[in-house]
Ligand binder design. Sequence first.
Ligand code: NMX
Ligand code: MLT
Length: 437
Amino acid sequence: TKTLEETLREVIPPKQEQLKKLKAEHAQTVVGDVKVENIIGGMRGLKAMLWEASVLDPIEGIRFHGLSIPECREVLPPAPGGKEMTPESMLWLLMTGKVPTPQQSKQFSEELAEKGEVPSFVEKLIDSLPKTLHPMTQLSVGVAALNHDSAFQAAYERGTKKTEYWTHTLEDCINLVAKLPALAARIYRNVFHPDRPLVPIDKNLDLTGNYSNMLGFGNNESMTEYLRLYIALHGDHEGGNASAHTSHLVGSTLADPYLAYSAALNALAGPLHGLANQEVLRWQIAMQKEIGNTITHDNIREYLWRTLKSGQVVPGYGHGVLRNPDPRFVALQDFCKTRPDLQASPTIQLVQQTAEVAPEVLKEHGKTKNPYPNVDAASGCVLYHYGLTEFKYYTVIFGVSRALGAVTQLVWARALGLPIERPKSYSMDALEKLIKS
Ligand code: NMX
Ligand code: MLT
C-alpha cells in the first residue's frame, strides 16, 4: 500500500503537465473582468488564484476535489470504531485528489502520532505566556516557533534544487499537522485548566482521538466523533478565504510552512473570519441571559434587531461567496439530529431556533447578500453542550483544522513552481486616471 508521499509522486507529474499546457495554450485567454468594485471591494468575486484542493459554489457550497460534504462523509475512512471521516482521511483527499484506503488512513494516523510531540523549547515558550493572552495568539506564536526545525528552510540553505522543494515542504507540513493537537491542547490546559496533568500522545490513536484525549474528552466518544467531523469539515474552503489566502501569500515568498501557517492563524483570529465561532456563543449566551427561559421566535427576532440596530453584525450569518445555507452548517446540524442528548440540549435548540428566524430578519434589514447561517452558527454548540464551554478556545480548534487545506496548497505551490504573489495596487488618484484613459 502506497504512502502519501508515494501517492503524491504519482499525481504531481500529470498536474505539472496540465499547468504547462494551460500556460502554453491559454496564457492570454480572458476569464473575467476586473471592475472598480473588485478593487475597492475586497477583491470579492475576482478570479485570481490557483487552488487545487477545493472549489466553492455559491449555491451548492464546498466540494473537495469534486466531492460534496455528504459524499466525503460517505467515502472517507473513519477512525477504528468510529463513523465520521477523520481529518487525516480528508488531508489525504485534499493532497492527492484520491480517497485513501482504510489501511492508508490508519498508517497515516500512526505516522502523525509518531511525529506528534512538540519540542520542549516550544512547550516552555507556551508555558511562559500570560494566561490572559488569547489562545489564538498563543497558537500562532507556537506554530511560528516550530520553524526552528524546518526541513524546508534547512534544505533551502543547503541550496536544494527547485524540483525538490515540495518534498521538504511536505515533511514540514506533515510535522505541523501532527504537532498541532499537542500544541493546541497544551494551550487549553494552561489557560483554562492549569491543575490538570497533560496526557501524553497515545500511538494507537488517530489524530483527533489524541486531541480529544489531551483536551480531557477522551471518554466521550460522541464528542471525539464530533471533533473528527468538525476538523475534517473546516479543513479547506477554497483559496480566497482570509486564512488560506494568507498562508498561500506568505508561502509564496518561500517562507517555510510554519511561518506561512502562523500568519494564516492571525487572519483566522479576526471576528469576521474564524473568531466568529467564539462570537456566536458569546452572542447566544448574552441573548439567553436577556430573554430568560421562555425562548420564542418573537423574542429571538427582537434580539436580532437589537444587535443590528446597535451596528453590530449577527455572528454566524452571511458569507463572502455562499448565497445559501452553508452545507457545513447543515452537516453539523445533521450530526446533532442523530443524537437524542444533543437534540434535547437548550444550546443546540437555540442555534436551530435562531436559524429559523435570522434569515427573514437579515433579509428585511437588507444589507447582507447572504442572510443564511454559515458554519460558525453551529460549530460551537456541541462543544458547549459537552462541557468545552470556554468559547475563547473555539477558534483554536478551527486553527487545528484549517491547516489541512493550507498545507496542501503549500505542497502544491512548490510542486507546481508557483511564483511569489504580487498583485498590482492603485491609489484612488491612479485609479481615476486609469478610468479616464
Ligand atoms: N449581520 C449584519 N450585517 C451583515 C452581516 C451579518 N451577519 N453580514 C453582512 N452584513 C453587512 C456587511 O457588514 C455589509 O455592510 P456595509 O455595507 O455597511 O459594510 C453588507 O452587509 C454587505 O456585506 P456582504 O457583501 O453581504 O458580506 P461580505 O462579503 O462583505 O462579508 C462576512 C462576509 C462573512 C464577513 C459577513 O457576512 C459578516 O460579517 N458575517 C458575520 C461574521 C461571520 O459570521 N463571519 C464568519 C464567516 C465564516 N467563517 O468561518 O470565516
Ligand atoms: C472559511 O471557511 O474560510 C469561511 O467560510 C470564510 C470564507 O470562505 O470566505
